[in-house]
Design a protein around this ligand. Structure first.
Ligand code: ADP
Ligand code: MG
Length: 390
């Protein structure tokens, strides 16, 4: 099978009749724990996946963007940089064009590009194919226009911000920044502890192999049409609760004052949403401590507690994700939880080394028995962030 990188380069040659100036890559991610915390100024803990989006690109001498994706039929899109706006060019191309728009909006001098992308991050599976796409285009633009944003963590942090704005403003998807930070700032063999309040990070060694463990990722293949609306609704509930409590964000609530804070909220649904966010942020801290201590039984318990909180308090799991978590636990996983925004997408399970396929087979049987479509799976390792390849 042709690699995604090769497909990006071949598509570039076919489309533009020339060699690209270079190829850039950016990874998808799984978030180990800390879900729906990013837009609450909270903590999260992603790893970058070996799955990546690739951009083959070259500069143009005008301000036009010509974009093509090897993964989508009839994908070619052309737009003047000055015409890029909310909903324009629309569809997949908004994610790519949005990055150039956001770079220019942040004061960087950027011009037109010819870009061909291809990705082996499953699209729409909650593994952040969108941020991988933004990330490889952002990396290409940074290098081709001499912005140097890949050269330091500070630059990478700014590029992550740019990619998030592209997705929020131009693709009009209200994501919170975790995905883009993971694509830009993770490191091989490590999880990234990201503090979304001030953007600070810490790399946490993540070597399951040394502990005879592995991380199974199950893509449920379930997509829910309501995802966007539901995601926005959760964000609004958190913002409304913070406003009612007269605080800048739910991050301000310490776990010790959770009960007294909840008693000040009239709305029962809001109380549950807040409880998830506050307990989830604490679970990230606890998980980092457990990882550092090599206490993987505790990491597993925290995965379980996170999923249960997302299931009952935040209500973003759904039939498929619950079935993965329940089945993996019954098959001996140390812990299992949904990852990403929820309502479908993917789940992770911490399992003994060499048992991932067996746990995944049990999940597949459970799906078949429940009349659900076949899920897909792979064993994940903590891979490298966005980079130039050639
Ligand atoms: P996720 O990030 O979980 O995969 P999203 O809904 O956030 O799901 O992003 C998926 C969207 O990103 C796709 O619908 C498409 O518009 C765009 N996208 C991602 N990867 C590619 C690609 N390789 N080619 C074209 N568009 C892509
Ligand atoms: Mg996404």
């Amino acid at each position: 099978m042709t690699s995604a990188r090769d497909r990006a380069e071949e598509t570039f040659r076919e489309t533009f009749g020339a060699e690209p100036s270079g190829v850039w890559a950016a990874p998808g991610r799984v978030n180990l724990i800390g879900e729906h915390t990013d837009y609450n100024d909270g903590l999260c803990l992603p790893i970058a996946l070996p799955h990546r989006a690739y951009a083959a690109a070259r500069r143009r001498d005008d301000d036009r963007l010509v974009l093509v994706s090897a993964d989508i039929p009839d994908s070619r899109a052309e737009v003047e940089l000055s015409d890029v706006a909310a909903g324009t060019p629309g569809g997949w191309a908004s994610y790519a064009a949005g990055v150039l728009w956001a770079l220019r909006d942040a004061g960087h001098e950027v011009h037109g590009l010819d870009v061909a992308v291809a990705s082996d991050v499953p699209i729409g599976a909650g593994l952040s194919s969108s941020a991988a796409l933004e990330g490889c285009v952002g990396a290409a633009a940074s290098d081709l226009f001499g912005l140097g944003l890949l050269d330091s963590d500070e630059g990478r942090s700014r590029l992550a911000e740019v990619c998030m704005r592209a997705e929020n403003v131009i693709a009009e998807a209200p994501t919170g920044g975790l995905d883009q930070a993971a694509a830009m700032r993770c490191a091989e063999g490590h999880a990234l502890l990201l503090d979304c309040r001030d953007g600070s990070t810490r790399l946490v060694p993540f070597d399951l192999d040394a502990h005879d463990l592995e991380l199974l990722v199950v893509d449920t293949r379930a997509t829910h049409a309501l995802t966007d609306g539901q995601y926005g609704e959760r964000r609004s509930a958190c913002e409304a609760a913070a406003e009612a409590l007269a605080i800048a964000s739910l991050r301000e609530i310490s776990p010790s004052e959770l009960e007294s804070t909840l008693s000040r909220l009239d709305d029962e649904v809001q109380r549950r949403r807040v409880r998830h966010v506050v307990t989830e942020i604490q679970r990230v801290r606890d998980c980092v401590e457990a990882l550092s201590a090599g206490d993987f039984a505790e990491v597993g318990r925290l995965f379980d507690a996170s999923h249960d909180s997302l299931r009952h308090d935040y209500e973003v799991t759904g039939t498929e994700l619950d079935l993965v978590a329940d089945t993996a636990r019954a098959e001996g996983a140390l812990g299992a939880r949904m990852t990403g925004g929820g309502f479908g997408g993917s789940a992770i399970a911490l399992v003994r080394r060499g048992t991932g396929d067996q746990v995944a087979a049990a999940v597949a049987r459970a799906f078949a028995e429940a009349g659900l479509g076949a899920p897909q799976h792979f064993v994940a390792t903590a891979a490298a962030p966005a980079e130039r390849l050639a």
